[in-house]
Design a binder for this molecule. Structure first.
Ligand SMILES: *Cc1c(COP(=O)(O)O)cnc(C)c1O
Length: 423
């Protein structure tokens, strides 16, 4: 493989952009080497500026459930562009997308569109505080909810492979009202809820965690969160920025049968464009301005081009619900290949992670941290050399899209076997 073009771009990029990238994990810090620069993408493939082709299991970190550049989505975007890029005034598309989200996730009676998952969770937390009149929130170590100040506490993913545990520049006061519990550990939640009785506005959780690698909830864990939040008059927020429209059309509430008060969406809901959403119970969402006293706004919120991509994506998923059966089956095949190689595999639907903790169990952040990062980096390089791009970090999910055919999954499984079989 040649990387001259990427190397030159990386050199230029590092002079003008911190670390040469616009989001830290793209810099390949955890696996060494330098990132490849993408020229274009189609279906399951990424093509870099040097003409190399990669089978892509990152899928832009989640949005790409249909594969890249799906013709119907691209067409919808192109038509929207021709009609103007942004108006700062309401459009029919926003109403349609809000209705589609509500059809897929009936708990979302009202919804607000924003531009990133970070914004969605930040806003949902503000609504929870405004609605309950309480200040504190409970989150889980290893769950990531975007990079807003109060949520950058034990936040998993990109932060697990940086030397800073959380982030400089966050005033201690912001983080002080964020209480951190242990994922899948009821006692840790109960203790915080009791110590802070009457002060917790919300428990915010990734219903299937996917930012410390994939860590599904243990049986009864989400049910417990539902019960204790009700008991303490706190709200339950499902951060479904990854799981929404991924675990099925109905996301985590359909997949697990547990229902939250507020939900956040991103990634898939924008069909590859910068769009995210938060919503839920009508009485709670009625506290958002201009109806209520919780202020939240955005110049590009509900952007017509992004909305067109979101609508087109959701409609494809709604018209062909077998997509979920297909991507789940393919993820199951991959999971089996990693298990045969002796790794610890967690999977939920089309999300999976192979942890380099042989024979172990990964149920929380501490477990995830025990994995062998050197061995992971080795495996990453081996896969990349074979033209297979998995996330450049142990703490990210592997995403299977509808463009990953059974043949391609088979090829990937063989590459896994080759690496671990020492071939
Ligand atoms: C990606 C992610 C976010 C942040 O979304 P951005 O669009 O990157 O700001 C929030 N929560 C979860 C669960 C995510 O996976």
């Amino acid at each position: 493989m040649h990387f001259d073009g990427s190397e030159q771009l990386y050199e230029r990029a590092r002079k003008r952009i911190p670390g040469g990238v616009n989001s830290p994990v793209r810099a390949f810090g955890a696996v060494g080497g330098h990132p490849f620069f993408v020229e274009r993408a189609q279906g399951p493939w990424l093509f870099d500026v040097d003409g190399n082709r990669y089978l892509d299991y990152v899928c832009s970190w989640g949005p790409g459930i249909l594969g890249h550049a799906h013709p119907q989505v691209v067409d919808a975007v192109q038509r929207a562009c021709a009609g103007g890029l942004t108006f700062g005034a309401p459009t029919a598309g926003e109403v349609e997308l809000a209705e589609l989200i509500g059809v897929c996730v009936p708990d979302v009676e009202m919804v607000r569109l924003v531009s990133s998952g970070t914004e969605a969770v930040m806003s949902a937390v503000r609504v929870a505080r405004g609605y309950t009149g309480r200040e504190k929130i409970v989150k889980f170590a290893g769950n990531y909810h975007g990079h807003s100040d109060g949520l950058l506490v034990k936040a998993g993913s990109g932060l697990m492979t940086q030397s800073v545990p959380d982030s400089a520049g966050v005033p201690p006061g912001y983080a002080a009202s964020t209480l951190t519990a242990v994922y899948n550990d009821e006692a840790s939640v109960r203790a915080l809820m009791e110590e802070n009785h009457g002060q917790v506005a919300a428990v915010v959780v990734e219903p299937v965690a996917a930012n410390m690698g994939v860590v599904p909830p243990k049986k009864g864990f989400l049910e417990f969160l539902r019960r204790i939040t009700k008991e303490k008059n706190s709200l339950l927020i499902f951060d479904e920025v990854i799981t929404g429209f991924r675990l099925g059309l109905g996301g985590a509430s359909e997949y697990t049968g547990v229902h939250a008060d507020l939900y956040t969406f991103g990634k898939i809901v924008g069909g590859g464009m910068p769009l995210a959403a938060y919503g839920g119970r009508r009485d709670i969402m009625s506290s958002v301005a201009p109806l209520g006293a919780v202020y939240q706004a955005g110049t590009l919120s509900g952007n017509p081009v992004a909305v067109a991509a979101g609508i087109a994506t959701l409609k494809i998923l709604m018209d062909d619900p077998d997509i979920y059966e297909r991507i789940d089956r393919r993820a199951r095949t991959l999971a089996a290949a990693y298990r045969s190689a002796g790794l610890t595999v967690n999977r939920a639907g089309s999300l999976l992670s192979a942890f380099f903790v042989p024979g172990g169990q990964v149920e929380n952040y501490e477990d995830a941290c025990r994995c062998d990062r050197e061995a992971f980096a080795d495996y990453f390089r081996h896969m990349l050399e074979r033209g297979i791009y998995v996330a450049p970090s142990q703490f990210e999910a592997m995403f299977v899209s509808d463009a990953h055919s059974d043949e391609l999954i088979g090829e990937t499984s063989r590459a896994v076997a080759a690496h671990f079989g020492g071939i």
